[in-house]
Design a protein around this ligand. Structure first.
Ligand code: ADP
Length: 405
């Protein structure tokens, strides 16, 4: 291990720090070595890690002193030092939720970049501060190691103005109120593998459905994003685990004016209490809802499917018809049931499901006769970040920037 350079990929949230270590085996080729997370930061921190074969390599409770981003990073760095003793950290790639209107591509972190990213905190107050804190913690812990910020918004920056405008007065729009789109690293990865996995649609009109605890759609034309179901924030569009997706803005006014909720209450309702959890009152986990016979669990699943199919119809119109539909992320990759229901609700577009292939999880899940093909593709946002980090830093296996000490 000591002979290899490694790239560390970090995804820092409010209470978790997810990581993935990639070995640079050849120019541009990245081999995952270990992935894991520290969860429960600030409450009951727990470290877990798996190797590339999915075997558990560690799983233990951490000291409660791991109570914030920097202490979590410190704990991770200590663990990595034990596993990768002497290995060279060639670079650190971060998932950063917001790159604003400006960052249409990942960026090497500099003080100027950090200043610009800090200005975007009001656009993503729940996520951006944690992403930036992780960058700062790494610069203290591994000074001199170059870092790359990879944005969830960048992939959507080629949209026509009409797709991104929010029809409010100019003085409001000028503060940054526009549609940005998210899940961009996932869509970029899926678009990058379509030529191998689904060559017949890779250059065509494709809707990708990223259905995880967050859920959205992306309309791809020749591998480029032309629209997304996410808008100004990651609250828009599809029904999600705890977020509602599109709601009439009049409802939000009603919450303030008639129910007397504070801004913090409304934020909690919209980010943590709605969607599948809000409708069912049982769970935000699709597996639990599918296994339940409670009428409210059924309604939640029905709405999830209904909304997804409705938004697929909307993006199909944006694309003037589609050639393919691709499912990805936790629900999209694992639930044959939800895929079947969404495909059946979208049969009018020309999708004919191959039920056996759907049970096998694809990759192709439509019949040969289907006018529009349907697919399952595993997303890999961490690998996308490692690739960006490697290419932006011009890394090769022979480089050495800093020892893991
Ligand atoms: P995140 O957005 O947190 O990365 P994932 O993409 O990992 O989320 O998706 C997590 C969600 O996927 C879970 O909340 C669960 O609802 C759903 N999921 C995972 N496996 C299955 C399955 N076999 N059937 C239905 N839903 C599943």
């Amino acid at each position: 291990m000591a002979d290899h350079g490694v790239v560390l990929v970090l995804n820092a949230g409010s209470s978790s720090l997810k990581f993935c270590v990639y070995r640079c085996v050849d120019r541009g080729a990245w081999q995952p070595d270990v992935r894991g997370q520290i969860e429960g930061i600030g409450t009951s921190p727990r470290f877990s890690a798996k190797d590339e074969g999915g075997e558990k390599v560690d799983d233990r409770q951490l000291d409660v002193a791991v109570r914030d981003g920097p202490s979590a990073l410190e704990a991770l760095a200590n663990w990595l030092r034990g596993r990768f003793e002497g290995a060279r950290v060639l670079g650190v790639g971060h998932r950063v939720v917001h790159g604003g209107a400006r960052y249409a591509a990942p960026a090497v972190v500099t003080p100027t970049v950090m200043e610009e990213l800090r200005q975007l905190v009001p656009l993503a107050p729940l996520h951006q501060p944690h992403n930036l804190a992780a960058i700062e913690a790494v610069s203290h812990r591994l000074p001199g190691v170059p870092q790359v910020a990879c944005f969830d918004t960048s992939f959507h920056r080629g949209h026509h103005a009409v797709a991104d405008v929010i029809p409010l007065p100019a003085d409001i729009r000028n503060t940054g109120v526009q549609r940005y789109g998210f899940h961009g690293l996932s869509y970029e990865y899926v678009a990058s593998v379509l030529p191998q996995v689904a060559p017949e649609i890779a250059r065509g009109r494709v809707i990708v459905a990223h259905l995880g605890s967050g859920a959205s759609l992306c309309a791809l034309n020749d591998g480029a994003s032309i629209d997304s179901s996410f808008g100004f924030t990651a609250l828009d569009g599809l029904c999600m685990g705890t977020r509602p997706g599109a709601v009439d803005p009049g409802v939000i006014l009603y919450l303030f004016q008639n129910l007397g909720l504070s801004a913090t209450d409304v934020e909690t309702v919209l980010y943590k209490k709605s969607g599948l959890l809000g409708i069912s009152g049982i769970s935000n986990d699709m597996r639990v809802l599918l296994a339940s016979s409670e009428p409210q669990a059924r309604l939640a699943v029905d709405y999830f499917v209904y909304r997804a199919a409705k938004e697929i119809g909307a993006l199909a119109s944006t694309l003037h018809g589609i050639d393919g539909l691709v499912f990805t992320a936790g629900i999209g990759e694992n639930s044959a049931d939800i895929r079947a229901r969404i495909c059946n609700a979208s049969a009018w577009l020309g999708i004919e499901l191959d039920h056996e292939a759907n049970q096998r999880q694809g990759p192709r899940i439509s019949t040969r006769a289907s006018r529009v093909s349907a697919w399952v593709v595993q997303t890999n946002e961490e690998l996308m970040i490692a690739r960006h980090t490697g290419s932006l830093l011009g890394l090769t296996a022979g480089d050495g920037v800093a020892a893991m000490t």
